[in-house]
Design a protein around this ligand. Structure first.
Ligand code: ADP
Length: 332
């Protein structure tokens, strides 16, 4: 929406500049021409009225002839100017139309890629379930234990698809209807604590200590979406850290801003991956390995939409094998 609004303002300014240029040039040429012709006519009339001798260069002109000539010349000039206006407006319009449609093309291309990626991600668990079911159905000696194993595996795939659907719903909620989310005064320290609690199971499972340095700081925000934002960042910090490491979560009060930092000592992010990690469905190669972590590459794009909705900023600093720090700055 922001892209659309800024493109709209810029285009309005461009249209105004072009229209002003055309109408000013048109007026200036017409004014210069007509006033010159009028001056000539009036001078000639004055000589005749006062009975003065008409200068040689003007003597050959009769007033009527001159009037006819002036009318013809104005008409010709009008035709010429209109031709130029048509040409300039045509060329300008062609380029402006391209300029207007460019952001729409970008959004459409992005949308197409998004639908293709989402379908691909949904097809993978579906294919795997289908194959397992088909193989089991062909097995004449399928026993209760095998059936249970099959159902368990199918359930895992169903959970994955449910997670993906939830991610997609969150994305569309924050990107399209984000404006309707109610804002209230919230304490960030409290929301961060709730997000840490949500990830307690994973931190226990991986034996990761979550250190809290939480300063009370209140801002205007939407509590549900902020808990989701911190939860995504904490979940990533835990997911991409080896067992037994430490994750640190800080909230700090600034004059006009509140800062939230989530530091981990995990696998880190390569320099070449950093510009892309907030893109939808982007996953660095390091996180694709079987033993690393599950995910769809949607968490950080949801996090970014939530930060944008709160008119804040999200930054990351990271060194491979040393760890990553995600910094969120939100206006108070
Ligand atoms: P997901 O975690 O589901 O893959 P995200 O959008 O949350 O998707 O993250 C995108 C990618 O950014 C991850 O696949 C991972 O490569 C990288 N990443 C995000 N957070 C961290 C982190 N704390 N440490 C290392 N890599 C990270």
């Amino acid at each position: 929406m922001r892209l659309f609004e800024s493109a709209r303002t810029r285009l309005t300014a461009w249209y105004l500049i072009i229209i002003a240029f055309i109408s000013l040039s048109f007026s200036a040429i017409l004014y210069r021409d007509v006033s010159w012709k009028l001056e000539q006519g009036f001078q000639l009339a004055e000589y005749r009225l006062r009975g003065l001798p008409v200068p040689r260069e003007k003597a050959k002109l009769l007033l009527e002839d001159e009037l006819e000539k002036a009318k013809r010349s104005v008409l010709l000039r009008l035709l010429f100017i209109n031709g130029i206006i048509l040409g300039v407006a045509g060329i300008g319009g062609y380029f402006l139309a391209g300029y207007t449609l460019y952001p729409i093309k970008v959004v459409m291309d992005e949308q197409k890629r998004f639908v293709a990626d989402a379908s691909h991600e949904l097809r993978t668990p579906l294919t795997s379930m289908k194959t397992e079911i088909e193989v089991s159905l062909r097995d004449k000696k399928l026993g209760l234990a095998d059936t249970k194993k099959l159902l368990k595996s199918n359930l895992q795939e169903v959970d994955k698809m449910r997670d993906l659907a939830n991610y997609l719903l969150s994305l569309s909620r924050y990107e399209t209807n984000g404006r309707d989310l109610p804002l209230e005064k919230v304490d960030l320290a409290e929301l961060v604590k709730k997000a840490i609690d949500k990830n307690r199971a994973l931190s226990k499972k991986k034996n990761i200590t979550v250190k809290e340095k939480l300063e009370k700081v209140s801002i205007r925000g939407n509590s549900g979406s902020l808990i989701e934002l911190f939860s995504i960042l904490i979940d990533n910090a835990l997911k991409y850290s080896q067992k037994g490491k430490t994750v640190e979560v800080l909230t700090k009060k600034g004059n006009r801003f509140a800062k939230i930092e989530i530091k981990d000592q995990g696998v880190g992010i390569k320099k070449e991956d950093l510009p892309h990690i907030f893109n939808r469905f982007y996953r660095a190669d390091t996180s694709r390995g079987k033993d690393v972590a599950d995910g769809y590459g949607l968490g950080l794009s949801i996090a970014k939409s939530i930060v944008n909705f709160h008119k804040g900023e999200i930054k990351v600093e990271s060194k491979p094998n040393k760890g990553s720090t995600f910094l969120v700055v939100l206006p108070k």
